[in-house]
Design a protein around this ligand. Structure first.
Ligand SMILES: Nc1ncnc2c1ncn2[C@@H]1O[C@H](COP(=O)(O)OP(=O)(O)OP(=O)(O)O)[C@@H](O)[C@H]1O
Ligand SMILES: [Mg+2]
Length: 237
């Protein structure tokens, strides 16, 4: 049986005095792709922010065998929990190459960083072609690749990917999903957060459905895809 990488119990998080997330129980095992799906405003991004500890949460949070409860966002990032943020948030005026290096800013050792660069350029040949180009001048799909590459430069154990498919053509989304599968096969665990439930369940092993800050359903990707309620409410079938 595979090991638990991330475990949340009795988890609450929100803004000011208002909790958006209510009593979540959530597990990601090593080597999995887990999808977290739910409609606009459900609290998916809030959950990711509370995992990376840029937003306070209450409850139990364990990652790679350690509690992250009292850790700073920098320590969490260094421990291998790395977010590809919603909206990509690249440094628009900087080149692709410079953006990638920003992902490695907490790492030591030129050889290790060079090896990561080579790996990222291998996964995304487009980024290598465009390495000197200003990131803000690239297409949405290329920018998403750059954001994913930057996160990989941090040497993550768990990659948190927020709304990767937003605004992108289906053919680009398929390419990015395939790259996530490759990344997982290379040993990086993935938590994929998507409004596009169909895309997410296509590559995920398991999934959680979130509605207004609570998990309402969970199961294998197959179970969720074939669930009558999900087919009606989210897939329009
Ligand atoms: N900075 C903030 N301050 C106050 N409330 C916020 C803030 N950010 C989000 N919220 C509220 O928290 C709730 C959950 O928002 P969140 O962004 O986590 O949803 P989401 O599932 O990621 O949605 P989407 O699919 O649109 O990205 C919403 O009601 C939203 O209005
Ligand atoms: Mg969101």
């Amino acid at each position: 049986m595979s090991n638990v990488l991330l475990q949340l119990n009795n988890w609450y998080a929100g803004y000011g005095d208002v909790d958006v997330l209510n009593n979540l129980h959530f597990t990601v095992k090593e080597g999995e792709i887990v999808a977290l799906v739910g409609s606009n405003g459900a609290g998916k991004t809030t959950l990711l922010r509370s995992l990376s500890r840029t937003l306070k949460g209450r409850g139990d949070i364990t990652f790679a065998g350690r509690s992250l409860y009292d850790e700073t966002p920098e320590k969490v990032f260094e421990s291998g929990l790395v977010q590809v943020p919603e909206g990509r948030l690249l440094f628009d005026q900087m080149s692709v190459h410079e953006n990638l290096l920003m992902g490695a800013y907490r790492r030591q050792g030129k050889a290790a960083i060079d090896a990561s660069l080579e790996r990222v350029y291998g996964l995304f040949p487009k980024l290598y072609e465009r390495r000197q180009q200003r990131s803000g001048s690239m297409s949405g799909g290329e920018q998403q690749m750059c954001a994913m590459g930057r996160a990989l430069m941090a040497n993550p154990k768990l990659l948190l990917v927020d709304e990767m498919s937003l605004g992108l053509a289906p053919v680009i989304v398929d390419q990015l999903l395939e790259i996530l599968s490759t990344i997982r096969n290379e040993g990086i665990t993935v938590l994929l957060v998507e409004q596009d439930i169909y895309a997410a369940l296509e590559i995920a092993d398991r999934g959680y459905v979130m509605v207004t800050g609570a998990i309402t359903q969970s199961g294998s990707a197959d179970e969720l895809r074939n669930d009558p309620h999900i087919r009606e409410a989210y897939l329009g079938l």
